[in-house]
Ligand binder design. Structure first.
Ligand code: CAO
Length: 415
């Protein structure tokens, strides 16, 4: 079966995490992704967090599936010529170098347009134009500068970063959308364009509800869905809300059977208004369904802590999976806290291709996260990440270089 992005050629100049997540998605949708790396070293993540000596790390392999790897020294004059040939052949150049690095290599937007006016140049940067535009940025910097850290954690503790890589992988997703949108516009404009996804902007986009709450707080001085209500205090900025959903349906993480020894024996429980009577029945507090202090969502807000304490008395008598099964029967929204071990072993995720086992020539078998976006007419087959420079000869031949020319370029250190 053909793939959604069949025929689209991506010049992948990305490294570390944010850019590679974007180009991996495009590769899964069928684009030919040619990853450019420096000979000898390659993407720095190949050697970071290694669990097997001299073997590409899981960090690298899990971000670079379905790609081809070519080595080019883009600071070598001959290497620049090779890169120029690639720019002429490809549809999209994706990069996430430090600000200005591409210009310093001599590949300004103007130069790229001269070479290929249809080229889309897509970049991840830490910040958009402004005081921090020249800064190098990693994941947690973006989480802090994008509003996530100040709103994550508990009221009495410091700001907390989340394990979900919203700065890197989140921005990679944003960039991928920008790229396919620009490809679509090119079908009628005939022109390429620049696509920028700043990590601060991407994180803030994912924290949109917290900017909503900032404005609610400024108007009313209080947010009744937050754990600070009714006994705590609100300051000038949106506080950390612990595990509160912060949305229209209050929720909290509750202990389940075994919590004393299992750090993940917990369940997220949502007291969704339409099923309030069922919740009361399940936990044995039938009277709360009609008690005016508990019967309506507004009446419940000042009592949320007591309500969750009462529900927890019930959840502590069940494992998270037992609780899940019972609650689902009544359409009560809830979710077990799953450990990575449990997720890795979950058969249904294997079946859907969300968790995939991949074989690699030097590493052997390992697990990875497959394509989370499923297209019915463009299924994803996850293939292993390339070895450094594995496809240099193949791509050079496609660019019209003879084996002798390739060998001379190699001797000159250009590829
Ligand atoms: N041939 C020759 N030179 C190459 C090359 C190649 N194939 N590939 C890269 N280089 C050069 C670059 O041109 C750059 O050289 P100059 O500094 O002389 O211009 C140099 O390698 C280093 O690039 P860099 O500054 O991007 O890399 P770094 O390790 O110092 O910084 C990072 C890494 C991620 C902080 C920075 O790239 C960055 O801020 N990127 C944008 C934001 C981003 O994506 N962050 C997420 C990273 S994932 O957590």
């Amino acid at each position: 079966m053909s793939k959604a992005l069949d025929g689209v050629r991506i010049l992948d100049f990305t490294h570390v995490q944010s850019g590679p997540t974007c180009t991996q998605l495009l590769a899964w949708f069928g684009a030919d992704v040619i990853k450019v790396e420096r000979a000898g070293a390659g993407d720095i993540t190949r050697e970071q967090l290694r669990d097997i000596p001299d073997v590409d790390s899981l960090y690298f392999t899990m971000l670079n599936h379905n790609k081809r790897s070519v080595t080019i020294d883009t600071k070598n004059p001959e290497g620049k010529h090779v890169l120029e040939a690639l720019i002429q052949k490809c549809d999209v150049l994706v990069e996430n170098f430090a600000p200005g690095a591409l210009d310093r290599m001599g590949f300004t937007w103007e130069r790229i347009q001269e070479l290929n006016p249809r080229m889309i140049v897509a970049s991840v940067k830490g910040f958009g134009p402004g005081p921090y535009e020249d800064c190098k940025v990693y994941e947690n910097v973006a989480q802090c500068a994008g509003g996530a850290a100040s709103t994550t954690g508990f009221d009495d503790g410091p700001p907390v970063v989340t394990g979900a890589q919203i700065g890197d992988s989140g921005t990679g997703l944003h960039l991928a959308l920008g790229i396919v949108t620009a490809l679509y516009q090119r079908t009628h404009s005939g022109r390429g364009q620049r696509v920028l996804a700043a990590m601060q902007d991407g994180v803030l986009n994912l924290c949109r509800v917290k900017l909503r709450d900032q404005q609610r707080l400024e108007r009313t001085g209080v947010m009744k869905e937050y754990p600070q209500y009714p006994n705590g205090e609100f300051g000038e900025a949106v506080p950390r809300a612990g595990n509160a959903s912060g949305g229209g349906q209050p929720g909290w993480i509750l202990k389940c059977k075994g919590w004393e020894t299992d750090p993940n024996a917990y369940i997220y429980f949502i007291t969704q208004a339409p099923v309030w009577a069922k919740i009361c029945n399940v936990i044995g507090k039938e009277e709360w369904a009609t008690d005016p202090n508990y019967a309506t969502p507004a009446a419940r807000l000042p009592h949320l802590k007591d309500i969750f304490a009462e529900i927890e008395r019930w959840t502590m008598t069940k494992t998270k999976f037992e609780a899940m099964q019972i609650l689902n029967k009544y359409d009560i929204p809830c979710g077990p806290i799953l450990s990575m071990k449990e997720i890795a072993e979950e058969p249904s995720l294997r079946k859907t291709g969300t968790i995939v086992e991949v074989d690699h020539p030097t590493r052997g078998k390992y697990l990875t996260v497959g394509n989370p976006i499923k297209l019915s007419d463009s299924p994803t087959e996850v293939t292993r990440s390339p070895l450094l420079g594995e496809h240099t000869d193949e791509v050079m031949a496609e660019l019209g270089y003879s084996p002798e020319q390739v060998s001379a370029l190699r001797t000159a250190g250009a590829i």
